[in-house]
Design a protein around this ligand. Structure first.
Ligand SMILES: Cc1cc2nc3c(=O)[nH]c(=O)nc-3n(C[C@H](O)[C@H](O)[C@H](O)COP(=O)(O)O)c2cc1C
Ligand code: SF4
Length: 485
């Protein structure tokens, strides 16, 4: 994973914990309406893919246990991981692309309701992503994957060579010569693995995304509603399709790229289709980037505009993330796919304790504050979720008091200690297990292994009834907190 060159080491510093009375008086533990539902407190666990679904994308017992464990801490909002809206195989990623997924999701919603005693509102993050392939073995790339084009032949002076001859010749060339012969995308396919972009409008399925996606998202949202999930979060963030439409790098010339107005068009059309499907009473929001954190990407001003347009359209909440793009991802090993959290933008998404002068905690607070102000200045009261490095009460409260956000998201801290909301609220903050922000969990995510936290995954492994990872070495959820009632 990329680290800032300054390499300044930070220590987590949760600060002062509240007494039970102070917690009761805080903004963090005060309610907030989002759409037609009420969050009992302004705490929020953003989506985290834990790699626990079945290979067919169904809710498994491990998925149920994972969310049950989070729900026991009674956060105000809990977002189910990025869940695919298409009915296509995507490994152990949760899916919502067909009605056959509804019963499992219903069980999940019931589990969270029961485990939180009805105190936690449940959301599901709906995602669309484009094709990405593993970095190929160069020999195979030249033998099979590369399309031998007239451009390549012209550069080689090989108009009358057989295709096999061209392929064999290319396979023997050193990197510098390949740089001069293959184009940027061909080189990317060779060195990073093939990856589709929303600008690949020569491909019919990419060209047609604006026609297809509103319906797919709308049907996914209907299924979430039928499953009894309280709301939907449209995934417009990070490296995926919708964020790529919003990106400044999107120069599609069909009215869905280029200007800001055009880039936000499909995200708005998707939202409108979803709203038309689920009705006015269902809670629908989105997660998008405050800043793409890549060269030539969208920045805070673009995001202030997007946020205002999403609010104007009627979204019920806006959750802000940052970075996490493919454009600056590190080169994967042969046989592995690029991972969008390995470059600078990945660092911005999940900052770790080796950092720069800004430090790893709250990097998105100032941008969020600007975006929220733009939304308020335009006359909208849409709640904004801010996340990134939050691991203490005082900081969370300051985010709310300063007006940077209306809800505080904490992903890794909640993974380190899913009971931390309950502990804070009951004056037991000293018992909170503090995240170390060294991203062991994220490393597991990158390898598509069941995500756990290093602070608890080896504890009490031999206790009866403990669910373990397939290799038997890690427990899949933390031990129960004996202070929980
Ligand atoms: C293991 C893991 C999986 C994640 N999966 C998702 C995801 O599915 N969707 C998403 O929007 N963000 C995802 N994130 C990013 C988090 O939601 C969050 O934005 C990020 O970790 C920064 O917040 P934090 O500092 O509170 O952890 C993931 C993070 C981790 C650590
Ligand atoms: S493994 Fe645990 S301690 Fe480490 S960053 Fe992830 S949640 Fe925090």
């Amino acid at each position: 994973m990329w680290k800032p060159p300054e390499r300044i080491k930070y220590e987590p510093a949760p600060g002062q914990w509240p007494s039970e009375a102070e917690a009761a008086d805080s903004l963090l533990f005060s309610p907030l309406n989002i759409g037609s539902i009420t969050l009992e407190q302004r705490t929020w666990i953003p989506a985290m893919v834990p790699w626990r679904a079945t290979d067919e994308g169904f809710v498994s017992d491990d998925v149920l246990e994972w969310y049950e464990r989070f729900a026991r801490g009674r956060p105000g909002g809990l977002v189910i991981e990025a869940t695919g809206i298409r009915d296509i195989p995507s490994g152990p990623l949760l899916r919502i692309g067909d009605d056959r997924f509804i019963p499992g999701l219903k069980k999940l919603a019931d589990t969270v309701r029961r485990a939180s005693d009805g105190h936690t509102r449940l959301f599901i993050q709906c995602i669309d992503f484009m094709a990405i392939r593993r970095r190929p073995d160069p020999a195979k790339f030249f033998e099979r994957f590369l399309r031998v084009t007239d451009e390549i032949r012209a550069k080689l002076g090989a108009a009358d060579w057989s295709e096999e001859e061209v392929r064999a010749h290319l396979a023997g060339l050193p990197n510098e010569e390949l740089d001069a012969i293959l184009d940027e995308r061909e080189l990317e396919s060779l060195r990073m693995g093939y990856r589709e972009r929303v600008t690949d409008t020569h491909l019919p399925h990419i060209r047609d995304l604006p026609e297809i996606l509103p319906g797919l998202f709308a049907q996914a949202a209907r299924r979430a509603q039928e499953a009894g999930i309280d709301g939907v979060e449209l995934h417009y963030a990070h490296a995926y399709t919708m964020a790529s439409f919003l990106s400044r790098t999107n120069n599609r010339d069909d009215g869905y790229g280029g200007s800001r107005e055009n880039r936000v068009r499909l995200p708005l059309e998707v939202y409108k289709a979803v709203r038309a499907q689920v009705g006015d009473d269902y809670t629908v929001g989105c997660r998008f980037l405050a800043d793409e954190c890549i060269d030539g990407g969208s920045g805070v001003e673009d995001s202030a505009y997007y946020g205002t347009e999403f609010a104007r359209a009627g979204m019920n909440f806006l959750s802000l993330s940052r970075g996490g793009r493919f454009e600056d991802a590190q080169q994967p090993h042969v046989g592995e796919a690029a991972y969008p959290y390995t470059g600078r933008s990945g660092y911005e998404c999940m900052p770790a304790v080796i950092s720069d002068e800004k430090g790893p905690f709250g990097r998105n607070v100032e941008p969020a504050s600007k975006i929220r102000k733009a939304i308020r200045d335009a006359g909208f009261e849409t709640p904004v979720v801010v996340a990134g490095g939050v691991h203490g009460f005082a900081f969370a409260e300051e985010i709310l008091q300063s007006g940077a956000g209306d809800i505080v998201g904490s992903a890794r801290q909640s993974l380190a200690d899913p009971d931390w909301f309950l502990k804070m609220r009951t004056g037991r903050g000293e018992d909170v297990r503090i995240c170390e922000f060294t991203n062991y969990c994220e490393g597991l995510d990158q390898k598509h292994k069941m995500v756990t936290c290093k602070l608890w995954d080896r504890l009490e492994l031999d206790q009866p009834g403990v669910s373990k990872t397939p290799d038997g070495k890690r427990r899949t959820t933390p031990p129960l907190w004996d202070g929980a009632s």
